[in-house]
Write a protein that binds this ligand. Sequence first.
Ligand code: NOJ
Length: 576
Amino acid sequence: MAHLRWWQRAIFYQIYPRSFADGNGDGIGDFAGMIAKLDYLQSLGVDALWLSPHFPSPNADLGYDVADYTGVAPEYGTLDDFKRFLDGAHARGMRVVLDLVLNHTSDQHPWFIESRRSRDNPKRDWYIWRDPAPDGGPPNNWNSVFGGSAWEFDPTTGQYYYHFFLKQQPDLNWRNPQVKAAMWQAVRFWLDMGVDGFRLDAIGTLFEDPAYPNHTARLSQIEMLRAWRENRPPEEQQALMAELMVMFRYQFGRPEVHTVMKELRALVDTYPGDRVLIGEDDDPAYYGNGDDELHLVFNFPLMRTNRLTPAWVRANQADRLSKLPPGAWPCNTLGNHDSTRLWSAFGDGQHDASIARVNAALLLTLPGTPVLYYGEEIGMTDLLLERFDQLRDNQAINLYHLALSDGLSPETAMGMAARMTRDRCRTPMQWANAPNAGFSPPGVQTWLPVNSNYAHGVNVADQTNDPRSLLNFYRRLIHLRKRTPALLSGGYMPVNEDAETYLAFLRRDPGADRACLVVLNMSAEPQVAGLALPWPTAHCLFSSHEREGQTVSLAALALAPFEVFIGQVGGGPAVS
Ligand code: NOJ
């Protein structure tokens, strides 16, 4: 097997700290809770934990509005608790990656409090301030991606400040070298402490077009908000994304970002231990030349549909892999704290449990580093909130108000908000069939409601004891991936590209006389796949239908509905 770096071998697992485990019984997840669950994470087999922001924050955007880059939010614990978590993860062979929010701070960050004080404050130029338009309105028609204008008037100094996200998240001015220096200090703080890298939030929005031209998009505010958060068929999704690009074309994707990424990479590379940078963006340009910007950039298009079909996965892989610079390593995910949960996004309402298994197998056999989202391994589903007062995501709250002001009824507005709010995928982790799903002690009101399906098998304890559970399916797959060199480093070769109902591909190391064959029946009907390969048979390594150890003929491979078949073809051992 080719020599791989740890983040190429690793399976990442995203923890949303607020929702993972409540150690002190206040209804909010914390480090004490996370520490108590490290053994679970180790037993799952994941290698690296990415924490959504754990920094002090007024929580307008639930941690993505950072008020102190080198602290720990009191509701999560202390810096010592963080260190115990880090040491505990390391002691179990797991790395820890933090969320670094570069684009903006909280409006409660001391830098912004200073900046807004006066026009000649030394920190004034740390943020983006502009005079009003001649009519006194905002400087241009740019939108915030969370709804409304991207400009907020500040009466103290009579100017507007710019915010791509909420008005409580003013954008930093990355053209100011002092901003960079301050942020790199925070980066060093955590690297010195021993963290293994960063997931970089919203890098595409670091710079704006310096001419501030008006955009010409036609999407309404409501359409814009829904476009970000609702999964649709691939063609529809692509068209909507194109329209979003028009709306935000002057507000992201600027070439200046690459200079910052290179600088950050150079900084990170001065540390021992191969620290990693993962970009929250899907533009392969952030790989730079393949080794001078980010190590990993998410393949988001794979996730942003409402159904994973063989054709869509093939098209996605062909497109994605052809766009990566030499040496760049792919990174796949099917869910995160901003999107519909895997189970809910791709299920058809009838075969959801089988579809979740097929998609887990897809994620864990495609080339590149997989990133799992907490709870995915037990089949947690989106929770449809019923009442306005349950919403915690300000993007959805904005949508609700916009819908009301458009004349929609409160019921319709709430229905829309419930479908798009990111709260739906952020509910407490379901540990057991116990009050509050074992996330918080009984009787405690959790920060978001617990999904009641914990009582119907969607919890860790029940699934641990059931050999046929989704959790144990993930465990087996994770184990297979880790001990199968071709699944880690092998090239990707699609097979039978015209097949509409099943996806088949090979993973093969260059020059190897054997390969791993993955066949996923993505349909509810039995299929017979005639696979014209140089090998007549495959030895089954993994199956959703108990075929492990069997030798099967590839000329007519019979597949049960939604069957997952992973086999070895060719000589020599496939498994190390
Ligand atoms: C992307 C994060 O994933 C999302 O949760 C957050 O709201 C925005 N960036 C702003 O930080």
